[in-house]
Ligand binder design. Structure first.
Ligand SMILES: [Zn+2]
Length: 145
């Protein structure tokens, strides 16, 4: 299982894209995945229409994070973090309901088979991070929310 698509991939830009390039890419992509387009497409291909609904919110989220320099920096840090642990493979995909919410720490955890746990912090979620790394081994999980 590969990692989920990154915000850059949803906007179809390279990670080094300029603010201008980002804006143009967003404007183009949001038209491509807009629900109005969806209706037209539904008639021709129901499967691609389904993918489009999902992509619309993903493209919006990607834009919200990347157009904010502070959030983009955090997101880049998160991607760099994932890259340095390149041996990690996505072990499974889980929903937030399948994770344990820690009231005190305000983060989500899930027991890993190594004895440690996968960790997804609230700050990670603010930038749309959806891969949780295990604190004890190289496994990672895709968190759907
Ligand atoms: Zn582990």
């Amino acid at each position: 299982m590969r990692d989920p698509f990154t915000h850059y991939e949803y906007l179809e830009v390279s990670p080094g894209v300029s603010a201008d390039g980002l804006k143009r890419a967003y404007q183009r992509r949001i038209l491509e995945v807009h629900p109005d387009k969806l209706q037209q497409r539904q008639q021709s291909s129901p499967t691609s229409a389904l993918a489009t609904t999902n992509n619309f919110s993903k493209v919006q989220l990607a834009w919200q994070v990347l157009q904010d320099p502070r959030k983009r920096e955090e997101y880049d840090g998160y991607l760099a973090d994932l890259a340095t642990r390149s041996h990690g493979i996505v072990h499974e995909a889980v929903t937030l309901d399948e994770m344990h919410f820690d009231e005190t720490e305000q983060d989500y955890t899930r027991a890993c088979r190594c004895g440690a746990e996968f960790l997804l912090q609230k700050e990670d979620m603010e930038i749309g991070a959806d891969v949780a790394l295990c604190t004890g081994c190289s496994l990672r999980i895709h968190v759907l929310y």
